[in-house]
Design a protein around this ligand. Structure first.
Ligand SMILES: Nc1ncnc2c1ncn2[C@@H]1O[C@H](COP(=O)(O)OP(=O)(O)OP(=O)(O)O)[C@@H](O)[C@H]1O
Length: 226
């Protein structure tokens, strides 16, 4: 079955601040197929994070729509939107956003627990995915007890644990030293085999080169590149 997992049509986002109006996105169209990996590049301020927030249902468009798993996200009530996000999306940010008071296993199990899974099964699946990202020796370490690269691997495990259709990544190696960045890139590459689609916002040509296609945000729209 090759149905589009996520698409957006004529997506626009305008910020209004007093009498200043900033039109960041002015008609973005995108279709994401299952398992497809795309990089989104663009100069600073071109709207990459704005787009990612809209794709993830964290912000609402000024016009146009984002459809995930057949649902127009802006039309959903907050509760339904949260459930959809938890079930179908994974997020990886430049800064890991792990919960400091929970260990690696608990952080990774969180999306499953929120989705109503038992603790036993959530921990089993968390351990499994942590092994996949090479972090099974640090299950009970809290984020403050991990290196930057290790934290990012835990964050990637958390994004993948609930088998999402789409993983959205915002500069996943942006905050890492070159060695850790190379390890995280190798991991993303390896996970390229996974059935989840990836949208990766990046300044790093090495990451973009590992994706199926690269799109550039320019003048408020997405253009194919290369
Ligand atoms: N809440 C807001 N109110 C007003 N303007 C905003 C707001 N958020 C973002 N902007 C503006 O929208 C534009 C796009 O911002 P965005 O963060 O999406 O860019 P970006 O491509 O991710 O940039 P960078 O690569 O520097 O992170 C910028 O000019 C920014 O100043």
């Amino acid at each position: 079955m090759n149905e589009v997992v996520l698409h957006c049509e004529s997506l626009a986002r305008v910020y209004e601040d007093g009498d200043k109006v900033v039109e960041v996105l002015s008609g973005v169209d995108l279709e994401l197929m299952p398992g497809e990996k795309i990089a989104v590049v663009g100069t600073s301020g071109s709207g990459k994070s704005t787009l990612l927030n809209l794709l993830g249902g964290l912000d609402r468009p000024s016009a146009g729509r984002v459809v995930l798993g057949g649902a127009d996200m802006a039309a959903l009530a907050e509760r339904e939107l949260c459930a959809l996000r938890n079930q179908r999306l994974g997020f990886v940010y430049q800064f890991h956003h792990l919960l400091p008071e929970f260990d690696a296993r608990e952080n990774v199990a969180m999306p499953l627990l929120i989705g109503g899974e038992t603790r036993r099964e959530s921990w089993r699946r968390a351990d499994e995915i942590l092994a996949r990202v090479g972090m099974d020796h640090r299950l009970q370490h809290r984020p403050g007890q991990l290196s930057g690269g290790e934290r990012q691997r835990v964050a990637i495990a958390r994004a993948l644990v609930a088998s999402p259709d789409v993983v959205l990544m915002d500069e996943p190696t942006g905050n890492l030293d070159p060695d850790s960045a190379a390890q995280v890139l190798a991991l993303i590459d390896e996970l390229g085999e996974s059935s989840a689609a990836f949208v990766v916002v990046t300044h790093d040509p090495a990451i973009a080169a590992h994706m199926n296609r690269t799109l550039e945000l320019r003048g408020g729209v997405l253009e194919s590149r290369g």
